[in-house]
Design a protein around this ligand. Structure first.
Ligand code: BDR
Ligand code: CA
Length: 305
């Protein structure tokens, strides 16, 4: 059965790679792309999302522009990772965003498609948190809400304990975690969602249409280079699409809170794995990924583009 997917994004090279993945998947019908400030400003992430869809010959997929800053904190960008303007490569767009705010678009799609709809949020969670504040039934209307974020049992990539998306808007992440029982796919799984640079180059050599996709997949990894990872960037956001379409990500259910205390642990995804709080589990936490299964599904989807 084809699953309807709404991608909430901040493109972002790996966001663009995730959009391309979803568009190449037969199992998924992408009903829209919403944008949020994160890797770059929301003006840039919106232009990037439109440009990505046009580059992939899918200008029919609607893009809705969303929140321009986190709920409480100042915005932190990651252009040093994704390139000036948030996306490597020379892309321009001719289309425009739809005439609806991303928050309204998300609520509208949830009401329209109900539990046929999966939401995959691969940027800071501002849009999703505001959508839930506006429509508290949202988590019950839709099938699942997947989140790229956090580092439950690994080191962070924004701080020693926090991953970029959650660190960027911890209050929003906290709200979504409390209200939506999300499936949280963090660095524990996504660090290993890799595509070696050689494979990326082969991808492009075999099919020049994939020039842009190859560029997005080759983006500078924000993880400090280690011997193991020097030749393979982690494709964090595509890992979430893989989790939506197939069984390649392993989850454990835990009671989970997001640290919003403003100190060194801000943005940490704290899982009660030892079950000391006595609170019932409220989130599925990704703990592992079948890296070769991920790669196969990604390349398969790209070959359909
Ligand atoms: C996440 O942060 C962003 O820079 C990426 O697009 C991804 O969503 C990884 O920590
Ligand atoms: Ca992202």
């Amino acid at each position: 059965m084809t699953r309807k997917l709404l991608l909430d994004t901040d493109p972002g090279c790996d966001d663009a790679a995730a959009i391309a993945f979803a568009l190449g998947c037969d199992a998924v019908d992408t009903v829209g792309v919403t944008t949020v400030a994160g890797n770059s400003t929301v003006e840039n992430t919106t232009e990037n999302a439109i440009a990505v869809l046009e580059a992939l010959d899918r200008p029919d997929v609607p893009v809705a522009k969303g929140c321009d800053r986190p709920l409480v904190k100042e915005l932190t960008l990651a252009e040093h990772v994704h390139g000036d303007g948030g996306l490597y490569g020379e892309l321009t767009q001719s289309g425009t965003a739809v005439d609806a705010h991303a928050v309204d678009f998300i609520i509208d799609q949830a009401r329209r498609h109900g539990d046929d709809l999966t939401i995959a949020a691969v940027g800071p969670l501002t849009n999703v948190a505001v959508a839930i504040a506006r429509e508290p039934a949202l988590p019950n209307l839709v099938d699942d809400i997947y989140v790229m974020g956090g580092a439950a049992f690994e080191a962070g990539n924004a701080t020693p304990v926090a991953e970029f998306n959650i660190y960027n808007d911890p209050e929003a992440a906290s709200r979504v975690t409390q209200a939506a029982e999300p499936k949280i796919v963090g660095l524990d799984a996504t660090n290993d969602a890799t595509l070696p640079y050689d494979t990326v180059r082969e991808l492009h050599d075999r099919n020049p249409r994939l020039e842009h996709v190859a560029k997005w997949c080759e983006y500078a990894p924000e993880i400090p280079a280690t011997a193991e990872r020097r030749d393979r960037p982690s494709l964090h956001d595509p890992a979430v699409v893989a989790a939506v379409v197939d069984d390649v990500v392993a989850f454990e259910r835990h009671y989970t809170q997001i640290d919003t205390s403003g100190g060194l642990c801000e943005g940490q995804v704290v899982c009660d794995e030892p079950e000391v709080t006595g609170n019932p589990p409220n989130a599925d936490i990704a703990v592992d990924i079948d890296a070769s299964g991920f790669r196969d599904r990604l390349l398969d989807a790209y070959s359909n583009l």
